[in-house]
Design a protein around this ligand. Structure first.
Ligand SMILES: [Zn+2]
Length: 63
């Protein structure tokens, strides 16, 4: 149930604009949350691998 950010009105799904005030609904703007979530997951995995490589690769005598 997409809720309007402006008037907090609940709207039926697949509706682009709020039925109460006519403002665009947030769910319509990002229609692929799963893909975004998966991209974020891969970003975290890549960041972890990068940190692990840096821990091994950087000289330890600095600490
Ligand atoms: Zn509204």
């Amino acid at each position: 149930m997409p809720r309007c950010l402006y008037c907090q009105q609940d709207n039926p799904p697949k509706q682009a604009e709020c039925g109460n005030c006519g403002m665009p609904l947030p769910e319509h703007a990002d229609s692929a949350p799963e893909r975004r979530q998966r991209r974020f997951l891969w970003f975290c995995i890549g960041l972890s691998i990068f940190c692990a490589v840096m821990i091994v690769w950087l000289p330890r005598h600095l600490f």
